[in-house]
Design a protein around this ligand. Structure first.
Ligand code: DGL
Length: 266
């Protein structure tokens, strides 16, 4: 496919939108994108070969993101969605600086709706160690900490369950019960799922606590932001056209493709 600059204006509207994650978690975002933008063509790229990103350094993740974006640009994609909280916190500012005219939408933990969901609620933000460490989340939490008690919880090892398609079972339950044991008595009002793999594990997270809790994730907000950017740039696909989804993964084999289909229909 040609690069965007070589396309005429109607070709540009039909160009695909790249959606990428360190692995399969980004499917939770793709589902919202598809719901809100059914006319668009999406290329989903899961970088499972390099997963997890959350325990790497910021510069390692930034280098991977730069490589992916260059590939998407060569392919003629018209926008990028970073369907990964970790990659967003490591790279979104730098990628926008590299390509100021190219629409890049990231995802961030849904701290705002969670913090505003009640009268000074107690909120737990579950995310990868890198997301928790990075400035982006720290700033976001600072903005809302007078409205809620916000507790950050790094969850190394949790994304791997979703990445292997292990959405239920004893090992996952043991992991979560141990991780969440301090919150059995310290009652939470809400949990922010700050990694795109975690929505697939929501039932098990809920089952590890002895009381009901409200969940928040950033997928819908990301989809709304992409729609806004496309409209602003007059890049939305024509309404009469049904969109497509193309799957790609940096790991060879059919296993991830099968998991992709399963997660997309969860
Ligand atoms: N799905 C990713 C996120 O939203 C990252 C998981 C990982 O690679 O550690 O943060």
């Amino acid at each position: 496919m040609a690069e965007m600059n070589d396309m005429n204006s109607s070709e540009k509207l039909l160009a695909p939108i790249a959606v990428f994650d360190s692995g399969m978690g980004g499917v939770s975002v793709l589902k919202e994108l598809r719901k809100l933008l059914p006319n668009e063509n999406f290329i989903f790229f899961g970088d499972s070969k390099n997963a997890p990103y959350g325990t790497k350094t910021k510069s390692q993740v930034l280098a991977l993101c730069r490589e992916h974006l260059n590939n998407f640009l060569r392919e003629g994609c018209k926008a990028l969605v970073i369907a990964c909280n970790t990659a967003t916190s490591a790279a979104v500012w730098e990628l926008r600086e590299d390509f100021p005219d190219f629409p890049i939408v990231g995802i961030e933990p849904a701290v705002k709706p969670a913090a505003l969901s009640g009268e000074h609620p107690r909120i737990l933000v579950m995310a990868t160690p890198m997301t928790i460490r990075e400035e982006k989340l720290r700033r976001l939490i600072e903005e809302y900490e007078d409205r809620a008690e916000i507790i950050s919880l790094p969850c190394p090892g949790l994304m791997e369950f979703a990445e292997r398609g292990e959405l239920h079972g004893k090992d996952l339950n043991n992991y979560l019960c141990k991780l969440l044991s301090p919150y059995r008595d310290k009652i939470l009002d809400g949990i922010v799922l700050g990694c795109t793999h975690y929505p697939f594990l929501k039932d098990e997270i809920a089952a590890a606590l002895p009381y009901p809790v409200t969940f928040f994730d950033g997928a819908e907000g990301t989809a709304r932001e992409l729609r806004r950017r496309l409209e602003e740039l007059s890049l939305s696909a024509p309404k009469e056209k049904k969109g497509t989804i193309t799957f790609r993964c940096s790991l060879p084999g059919e296993e991830k493709e099968a998991l992709f289909g399963r997660l997309l229909n969860e």
